[in-house]
Design a protein around this ligand. Structure first.
Ligand SMILES: [Zn+2]
Length: 383
């Protein structure tokens, strides 16, 4: 038995101070007052915060790698890098690309999920596109955008349909209703994004089952006082969740506060939407097939200048949010419990509770990542 000793342990709405977490076989056995139990291995967490591992439901790449590389090695490098920033699991996110490139990426994710590897656990795929509106393509490659259909999706996914946990699509493309209803019947999360749909159309999409919003505010119809758009629809509807990129580039701090104020901490996930340049110097990179210039850590398409993902990490998102006045426990919830629900793993990840996976992040008092555990195994932080 391993014990993480004496930290302030995150529990929903409070910190359990001076507590021990008991871990065996990769699972949390329980939480006890400090010193009540003895174990073979004691990790001192005094003066630190102990949080569930962060879960990123929208990440494309980092350290020069991209999910669209279609390579197990790239996914392994990503898994290692994000783990050193507190992310203990994630959904590998594709970009709109050719059928062949998409299929290669799905294959690579399927392959890595069957093997042992270091770092964060890959929970499956978030398919971003290709069933989106070209009018809000953001950094997605327009030539590969497709009208939505059940057959088109099945053809794209092939034998890998089972690992697709989430898809981002627009309600205002042909066939969106049919595909949404099919995916919802399969238990796949359908997330609205890359859309120019009216408020009314977005409400229709929510009714079909599009209950999550992709990079809220970005690449969707804004809230105007006579046309509330996608933003208004998701702020209004309590039966939806949203995700935000808290890098202060994609969304202004005030807009973050407004969205979270209206949705509540239980309905917002903090994502990175990071691309290959995360963890790297400024320069020229790719997001999927699209050339990107990164300057001062901001990624923009070489052609047209649209924002093209971020260089954010989840530990930096946490520090950013605390810096604008959010309570640490509320920020942790948006990095753990809420995304666990979106990824469909809330029965065993995203909380520090008996029976849950021992995915844990220890933060020092300046909120830097001190140690990371993935299913009870300590991940050495080297970068
Ligand atoms: Zn994205």
């Amino acid at each position: 038995m391993m014990i993480i000793r004496g930290g302030a342990v995150y529990q929903k709405d409070r910190w359990e101070h001076d507590a021990d977490i008991l871990i065996e076989d990769g699972k949390i056995l329980g939480i006890a007052p400090k010193g009540k139990y003895d174990g073979e291995q004691i990790i001192d967490a005094s003066g630190c915060y102990v949080c569930p591992g962060f879960i990123d439901v929208h990440i494309h790449g980092c350290v020069g790698r991209d999910v669209m590389d279609g390579s197990v090695e790239s996914l392994e490098e990503m898994a290692k890098f994000v783990a050193s920033h507190g992310t203990t699991s994630f959904l590998a996110t594709t970009t709109t690309s050719s059928r062949e490139a998409t299929r290669n990426s799905l294959k690579a994710v399927n392959d890595i999920m069957k093997k042992l590897y270091q770092g964060a656990e890959i929970l499956g795929v978030h398919l971003e596109g290709p069933f989106i509106n070209p009018g809000a393509k953001g950094a997605q490659a327009e030539q590969y955008i497709l009208p939505a259909s059940r057959d088109g999706f099945v053809d794209l996914a092939g034998e890998y349909e089972g690992i697709i946990k989430r898809i981002t699509m627009a309600p205002d493309v042909e066939g969106a209703r049919e595909l949404t209803e099919y995916l919802v019947s399969k238990g796949t999360v359908v997330s609205m994004g890359h859309t120019v749909a009216s408020y009314e159309k977005c409400i229709e999409g929510i009714e079909w089952g599009m209950r999550h919003a992709t990079h809220f505010y970005n690449a969707m119809t804004p809230l105007k006082h006579r046309e509330p758009g996608a933003v208004g629809a998701f702020l209004e509807r309590d039966d939806t969740t949203i995700e935000l990129i808290a890098d202060f580039v994609h969304v202004h701090p005030t807009a973050l506060k407004i969205a979270i104020g209206l949705k509540g901490y239980d309905k917002v996930a903090l994502i990175t939407d990071s691309m290959a340049a995360a963890g790297m110097a400024d320069g020229e990179y790719y997001l999927g097939s699209e050339a990107v210039i990164v300057k001062d850590g901001v990624a923009r398409l070489k052609e047209g200048g649209n924002l093209a993902g971020s260089t954010l990490t989840q530990d930096q998102a946490l520090r950013n949010m605390v810096s604008i006045g959010f309570a640490l426990s509320d920020v942790v919830r948006m990095l753990t419990e809420v995304p666990a629900g979106i990824a469909g793993v809330s029965d065993y990840k995203g909380r520090i509770e008996k029976g849950y996976d021992a995915d844990l992040v220890i933060l020092d008092n300046e909120l830097n990542v001190n140690r990371v555990f993935i299913r009870g195994n300590q991940y050495d932080i080297c970068s």
